[in-house]
Design a protein around this ligand. Sequence first.
Ligand code: PLP
Length: 390
Amino acid sequence: MNRHTDGPDGCDRFDIRMTDLTGGPEAMHRATLQAVERVLASGKYVLDREVVAFERLWAEACGVRFGIGVGNGMDAITIGLLAQGIGPGDEVIVPAMTAFATVLAVIRSGATPVLADIDPVTTLLSLESAQRMMSRRTRAVVVVHLYGRMAPMSEWVAFCHEHGVALIEDGAQAHLARLRMGVAGSFGVVGAFSFYPTKNLGAIGDAGMLVTDDESIVQKARQWRDYGRSCASAAGLHVLAGLNSRLDELQAALLSARLPWLEGFNAARRAVAAAYRENLNNPWITLPSASEEPEAHVHHQFVVTAVNREALRFHLRSRGIQTGIHYALPLHWQPACPVHSRYDPSGLFHAEQHAHRCLSLPCHPFLTMEAVERVIQAVNDFVLPAETEP
Ligand SMILES: *Cc1c(COP(=O)(O)O)cnc(C)c1O
């Protein structure tokens, strides 16, 4: 077998891949198909009873009163900001190392993104850096539970309370991650989720939701997602220049159908991560730090760091193992990051360094233990050119 040959799409052919979106138990596929047939037969396709049902289920799973289904995870953040009246002239703090969607959501709200550095150990938003970036204009902090690991929420709740700013949780990678104190998404004024196909709970297209306990946010968010239409008025009154970001019935129905498997899939991801932790022992490679509470991590990604990341990536590819980079650039190096953004004056060094060194190993619920062992063997076999020191 020649693992270097390109497939028809020009990609390498890997036998161990980052995701397996058609995998999973037969019973889940049957439940998904039943949901699809139910929606097809209903003749209702956008914002109807399936959306309401999934909003209830997901809010309840998060331990929060309300869910508002929207088009995607980015819009969940944007609408979460807009529904609180945050926009032009306001500042919103985000970590410099996250999906571009996090900062784009802030940009789309009209607010000014303020980029703070990450903690080098946890790779999550740094409290000290956020502290330095607070100003008179700061209205919110978006804390990202990056790679599925929950940020220290008691500290963030206290920080945002003390400064009188809104806490927003970007939970797009952290479905049902939990601390003893509560589930991801239940600490902030708003918790934002994506159900993009590769997420821990994935649809077969785009889907998102914001969760909140605040009834005034619910009303505003429902307006924002649907052209700014007033829900109370039958006369078609548009009280805001809103968005079109509605969740469709098909995605909502199959997400409800798949939800019962999520805890099991998260446990399977934890088992993969535990095997990596126990058996990876290459001195050139640093493992991610463990979270104090095991359930606080749902391992959306398992991200190691290596000074010679590209060599490691090439080595794994030669063994048929696909890897990912999350993320290749810190946000402030992205060409589309607006020039008026503010950056931590002490620099964004840790985000920059992480971007150079991070490598995501395959970590998904349907990886066989045989595949995990092959990844472990391949990573442990990796050696650097002789002149490089660990
Ligand atoms: C995926 C993701 C988003 C955006 O979700 P979409 O549904 O793709 O818009 C936002 N933040 C993080 C951290 C993500 O991983």
